[in-house]
Structures are given as C-alpha cells and as structure tokens.
Design a protein around this ligand. Sequence first.
Ligand SMILES: Cc1cc2nc3c(=O)[nH]c(=O)nc-3n(C[C@H](O)[C@H](O)[C@H](O)COP(=O)(O)O)c2cc1C
Length: 204
Amino acid sequence: MDAETVLTTTRSVRRKLDLDREVPQHVLDDCLRIAQQAPSAGSMAAQFRWLLVRDADTKAKIAAYNRETAEAAWAQYGHLVEERALASAQHLVRNLERVPVLAIPCMIGRPPADAFSQSAYFGSAYPAIWSFQLALRDRGLGSSICGYHLQDHEADVAELLGIPDDVMQISLLAVAYTTQREFRAAARPDIEDVTYLDTWGSRG
Ligand SMILES: Cc1cc2nc3c(=O)[nH]c(=O)nc-3n(C[C@H](O)[C@H](O)[C@H](O)COP(=O)(O)O)c2cc1C
C-alpha cells in the first residue's frame, strides 16, 4: 500500500473488526517496531510503553469499565452525536471484550501542568499511536481508539493490570483484522478553512 493510500484510508474501524480471527504476535511486533520509529520529545521516548491485553477475563473486565463510562456519557450526550457515529461507537464498546487485542499505550509519569511540558508529554505518545495504526492498516488490520474507561476507571484498570500509580494510560486501542480491505478517505474540512497565513484568521 503506498504512503498516500495508507495515510488517507486509515479509519477508526469498529464495525468491520474481525472478532473471530486470531492476531499473531509477530504481526503486532512488526507494527510496534514501526511505531518505535515515531518522533518524541527529548527523553520522553524512554517513558513510553505499550501494554497488550489478550487474556479473555482481563479484556472482559476492562470492557465492563469502558462500557459503564461510555453508556453513562451517551445517556447524557448521545443526542448530540451523529446517529451513525454513535451506533458505530456503541457497537465497539458493546463488543470490546471480543476484540482479539486491546493495546494500551502508557507514559511513565503523570501529565504535567504547563503547556510546553504537556505538548512534549502527549506529543511523544500520539505519533507512535498513529504509526501503529498505520502499520496495522498496511497489514490488513484495523484499530480504533476506545478510551472511555479513562474518565472514571483509569485507576481500576491500572489495578487490574498492575500499572503503577505514576503511569498514565494514554489511551486504549481495539486491534483486529478487518473484514474488508478497502476503506475510503473521509470528508474533512478544506485546507483553506483551517489554514491561516501570517496572522490568525488571514488567508493571505
Ligand atoms: C485522542 C482520540 C480519542 C478518541 N477516542 C475515541 C473513543 O473513545 N471512542 C471512539 O469510538 N473513537 C475515538 N476516537 C476516534 C475518533 O472518533 C475518530 O478518529 C474520528 O471520528 C474520525 O474518524 P476516522 O478515524 O475514521 O477518520 C478517538 C480519536 C482520537 C484521536
């Protein structure tokens, strides 16, 4: 798959995850190796970790925490979300324990308070997360971030997985082969609407 195709067609896959197909560890390892090439700020690369969860009981417990927070949020705000997007998110959350692999990127050290350090902290995780997602796509797998549990149950999941108090779970990704190979570029705002020249709001 050429770079432009993989960059423009890597979608959040929720309904099209193949819940019955095993994901070999060597395939994940290849994707993780690629993600290790992502940029990071200064020494932050040394703080980054992945925790992969395959155990069925553990996945079921994580999924229950995830579902509890997500369902509560949807009860309150679900009407504000586009119907199709909501149904897609609900499908994943309600089937999360069936997803072959849950991947939890973590950062050692809690998030800092100032903008400069926050930028370095989160900015040293998401390039690797996205590289991982791109590498998965290139190999016929898909993923979606599904981090609802972080709102109310980060500590519960940390206890379940033995994650120390000073480690933050940055996110949670559902990972599986996809039931289709073709995905399309999504509709996004035109670059003219999101790009300014020289001063805020100016298009030059
Ligand atoms: C930081 C971050 C958090 C996200 N959290 C969730 C989530 O909790 N649940 C979910 O279904 N999708 C989540 N997503 C995926 C977005 O909903 C998705 O990227 C967006 O709808 C655009 O769709 P696409 O990825 O298919 O282009 C998250 C994405 C990012 C970057």
